[in-house]
Design a protein around this ligand. Sequence first.
Ligand code: AMP
Ligand code: MG
Length: 300
Amino acid sequence: MKIDKFRIAPGTKVKLGKIDPADTGDYKNHADAAQRQEELLARMRELQAKLYAAKTNALVIVLQGLDAAGKDGVVTHVMSGLNPEGTRVASFKQPTAEETAHDFLWRVHPHAPAKGDIVIFNRSHYEDVLVVRVHQLVPKVVWKSRYEHIRNFEHLLAAGNDTTVLKFYLHISREAQLARFKVRLDEPDHEWKISKTDYAERELWDEYTAAFEEAIAQTSTAEAPWFVIPSDNKWFRDLAISEIIVAAIEGMKLQAPKAEVDLEEIKQDYAKALAEESPENQIKIAKLVKKKEKSLKQAG
Ligand code: AMP
Ligand code: MG
């Protein structure tokens, strides 16, 4: 898949209306993409293990989009390809009184990933130039000034802590949103997602679109790019995001860390420990080692 087509180059104006939310690239349907999706999840698992072992880089994945765009769905999908050790999700809801009394990045920074870790932001500091702008929760000069703070913050993560920052706007059509609202009403398992504000927010579609367009144009940088992901089809949304994550971790050129101990010395310790075992146990251990090494080889 050509992932560059979804990346917003720094300094470009974004017209979301010109981007097809139902685009599926070269794929015809879900079944057509299934094999690639499996490969990507397997690769993601390997790469995350490397990232966790190397502890030289970090990754933060920012998810934004209108209600029902699929942020929770992406979290579930991406997490299915990752080991819980070294991975976290940070969800940003309505700020508490204490959070509101601080600068807008105060509640975000503690969730930035440590080296070796991956953190998914389900909503993020971008809410402070999106919902906050649309509902005029702060004066215009305040939210306008935040683009620069965001660029600086993401520069700190990227340049100051080797963090790759990937930002995804899940692009859906108005029709897809309404259809998903209906499913929430029809399916008991989805009811919990219904919010009283869903329809009032939908009325503000154009205001949100303008806010997203400006936020993306102002903050898509080489070190922290935005990707606009066609998201009317869940399977394509998940596939495109997986491709981008895999490419990003591959781009880190991670090195497996070398053992910090003297391996020759440890080999002697092992030989000594083995010699202390009975001859029967020595045979048992040799068999167990063979079995373990064979299964490791099969797992690749
Ligand atoms: P959900 O993600 O559906 O659980 O909803 C979380 C809600 O919190 C959304 O309506 C967001 O717009 C809102 N929210 C998140 N961050 C902020 C913020 N900084 N200021 C105001 N509302 C926010
Ligand atoms: Mg919601």
